[in-house]
Design a protein around this ligand. Structure first.
Ligand code: ATP
Ligand code: MG
Length: 246
């Protein structure tokens, strides 16, 4: 559904040139949860920004359903951002003096139809909290409201940059599960950027970036088995630490 072909992104700061992405190829499929992993500075946010039409590639093509968005006019790119893409940020960006339902409704301009906003809260399991304000919700719940808000725009592509970065691991797993269910429903491509290896067990595809290049792509069951193994390894380390503790 989205294909990067030989995509590079370079930044020029004074005389210094930074190559954030170097000739990368990748594909993102509808109905899948794709995780982009990599150390700090490897190009994850740069890739996400290009996917979302927030920035333009220096070279290469970015095809959305066969159309090269890097050749779009500014106006067409704005329409793409508005109509195709939903964003979820690390720190939720909810409006504090609006309820969960209002936060969801206002983004999608659903003001005429309150029930529709509740429908999107249902998708993330929060219909019971529709009248709560953000400060009355946990971090994971606030993030699920933010996901419902993004979904209310009916995006084809849901982009999440470190959506669990501010959450503990249990709450992070709940947010991941919500994202998995959204992808599983088949209409949206969900792309998640993270540092956290523990969170990728539900991904259909894992793309590892290193130094602006694609180091590895693992798809399908292998992605799950791989990370299951890593999860088991990290859990047994936790257990050892617990046993060693007071
Ligand atoms: N606007 C910019 N101007 C100059 N260099 C930039 C800019 N944005 C990113 N870079 C550089 O591009 C490289 C990739 O940055 P990017 O933000 O994509 O990394 P990241 O993988 O998201 O890292 P993190 O995990 O820390 O968020 C880094 O070397 C960064 O310094
Ligand atoms: Mg980043």
């Amino acid at each position: 559904m989205i294909r990067f072909k030989n995509v590079s992104k370079k930044y020029q700061i004074g005389s210094q040139k930074v190559v954030a992405l170097q000739k990368i190829d990748l594909t993102i499929e509808q109905g899948q949860l794709t995780a982009i992993l990599g150390p700090s500075g490897s190009g994850k946010s740069t890739a996400l920004n290009l996917l979302g039409g927030m920035d333009r590639a220096t070279e290469g093509a970015i095809e959305f359903e066969g159309e090269d968005i890097s050749a779009f006019s500014d106006r067409a790119l704005t329409d793409y951002r508005r109509n195709v893409v939903g964003f979820v940020f690390q720190f939720y960006n909810l409006i504090p003096n609006l309820t969960a339902r209002e936060n969801v409704g206002i983004a999608a301009q659903l003001t005429g139809n309150q029930n529709e906003a509740v429908h999107f809260l249902e998708k993330v399991g929060l219909e019971q909290r529709k009248n709560n304000f953000p400060h009355q919700l946990s971090g994971g719940e606030m993030q699920r409201v933010a996901i419902a808000r993004a979904l209310a725009k009916k995006p084809r592509l849901l982009l999440c940059d470190e959506p669990t970065g501010a959450l503990d691991s249990h709450t992070g797993q709940q947010v991941m599960q919500a994202l998995q269910e959204i992808a599983g429903a088949g209409e949206v491509a969900v792309v998640l950027v993270t540092h956290n290896e523990d969170l990728i067990s539900g991904a259909s595809k894992v793309i590892r970036l290193f130094d602006g290049q694609v180091q590895e792509v693992v798809s399908g069951t292998a992605a799950r088995e791989d990370s299951a193994r890593e999860n088991t390894a990290s859990k047994s380390t936790d257990r050892k630490l617990e046993e060693a503790g007071p």
